[in-house]
Ligand binder design. Structure first.
Ligand code: GDP
Ligand code: MG
Length: 444
């Protein structure tokens, strides 16, 4: 099995005591290990290089969350960047074209084209109620056409009858014609592969494409493909022009590095993954899962995510303690407003509190509207420190100054002060209520 990146980082991380922000040295040490993990996951060398450069740029100077180590922080940044590079979720097969929509499967021999053809046909037919025709264009391997016919029979999917002696391009043209006549929504062309990329294969694929005008051209690739993944994807994309990728054998113990390599060089979405030999073993692609797998370490990532949550919880607890004592000045209000903005506004906060629906209306009536948060923060920022600590200082001339500074008017300031008084009262009440206070219970 692969050595866990977390174990490996362990000893190095203990040596790093820096707090605050990530230094160039912290990042370099951690990235050396990340680089090794990526190479072990079979990510292509070029891709590893450009990827670590991007991470370095983002990581140096990034703030380190309390209670985690700098190396772990780097790993979190790596993980997020991986997800981003792997692309969005759930990009399905695009069928937005006049019927019959032609889907062409390309790839090396043994990559799983024929199996995936049947899996996709089965999926479109059962889930989307599409009428699908499959055609084998593999005239090279004697049993290839029979293999597809059997899969079709097994799943009750139509297959194009075999006519001996036809060329792949002729079969392609006949398949499209048959689909048109047969009222099929989709026709899937299962092409022949080679053991490696060569000129005749590329010429054949280009010819088939010209003859059949496919809407989707899916490159089927074995997820265990190593450093060749880049070459493979680049060649097929440049010579044939692919619209997406399907990775097979994700049920194996490969780490899925090929996904990153192929996505990085083509920029084309990974549409589906094969997770077994059975007809049903085809799944949507989830970038997060693959990122976890490439790094082999979901635990560090969740640790960092929890640390981020705890910081907010700590702030909230400190606030609750202050409120319990009845101290709630305008600085506290500004903090509270910022937290509220972060937590999805009033709706989000009230939604988290049992029995608070009425409170929400009350606060709205007091002018505590989500859209006002930004303006209210601006008003508070225009005040002096003394004014924020003691709102009673705010007489007419000061209000005029603050209104000018925040681009608001005296009415808005009065509204804010009224809200502050109401909130201070409410917070005091909540802070003092029951065991440890409602606020503490809620935030703790
Ligand atoms: P083709 O030459 O590209 O058409 O490849 P095939 O579809 O004939 O597949 C070659 C072999 O790989 C067959 O034995 C399939 O059952 C197997 N295979 C295809 N996809 C998967 C997959 O996602 N997982 C596993 N474990 N095996 C697969
Ligand atoms: Mg085949």
């Amino acid at each position: 099995m692969f050595e866990n990146l977390q174990d490996r980082l362990g000893s190095i991380l203990n040596g790093l005591t820096g707090r605050g922000s990530l230094s160039e040295a912290d990042v370099s040490v951690a990235l050396r290990e990340v680089r090794r993990a990526l190479l072990e996951a079979d990510v292509a060398l070029d891709v590893v290089r450009s990827f670590t450069d991007r991470v370095r740029e983002k990581a140096v100077g990034a703030e380190i969350l309390k209670s985690i180590k700098p190396g772990q922080m780097v790993v979190k940044i790596v993980h997020d960047e991986l997800i981003e590079m792997l692309g969005g979720e759930g990009v399905g097969i695009d069928l937005h074209a006049p019927a019959p929509v032609v889907v062409m499967m390309v790839g090396l021999q043994g990559s799983g084209k024929t199996t995936t053809t049947a899996k996709i046909a089965n999926r479109l037919s059962t889930r989307e109620k599409k009428k699908v025709l499959m055609a084998s264009l593999d005239t090279r391997r004697p049993a290839a056409q029979e293999q597809l016919r059997q899969l079709g029979a097994q799943a009750s999917i139509d297959t194009l009858p075999v006519i001996a002696g036809q060329s792949p391009t002729d079969i392609a043209a006949r398949a499209v014609q048959a689909a048109r006549l047969g009222g099929h929504d989709v026709v899937i062309l299962d092409t022949a592969g080679r053991t490696h990329i060569d000129e005749p294969l590329m010429v054949e694929m280009a010819d088939i494409k010209r003859k059949s005008n496919p809407h989707e051209i899916l490159l089927v690739a074995d997820s265990l493909t190593g450093q060749d993944a880049v070459n493979l994807a680049r060649n097929f994309d440049e010579r044939v022009g692919i619209t997406g990728l399907v990775l097979t054998r994700m049920d194996g113990d490969g780490r899925g590095g090929a996904a990153l390599s192929m996505r990085a060089v083509t920029g084309k979405p990974i549409k589906l993954i094969g997770v077994g030999e059975k007809m049903s073993e085809l799944e949507e692609f989830h970038p997060r899962r693959i990122a976890d797998r490439i790094l082999g370490m979901g635990d560090i990532v969740s640790l960092v995510e929890r640390a981020a949550e705890n910081i907010d919880a700590e702030k909230a607890a400190a606030m609750a303690a202050k409120m319990a004592k009845g101290k709630f000045d305008l600085d506290d209000l500004a903090d509270q407003l910022r937290q509220m903005q972060k937590m999805g506004g009033m709706g989000g906060i009230m939604g988290m509190m049992p029995g608070m629906a009425g409170m929400k209306d009350k606060m709205a009536a007091a002018g505590l509207d989500d859209k006002l948060f930004g303006r209210q923060i601006a008003i508070i920022q225009s005040m002096t420190k003394a004014e924020r600590a003691n709102p009673d200082l705010l007489k007419h001339s000061r209000k005029k100054r603050i209104a000018a500074g925040s681009g608001t008017d005296a009415a808005a300031i009065n509204k804010l002060l009224k809200m502050h008084r109401q909130m201070a009262d409410m917070m005091k009440m909540m802070g003092g209520k029951g065991k440890g206070g409602l606020m503490k219970q809620m935030m703790g």
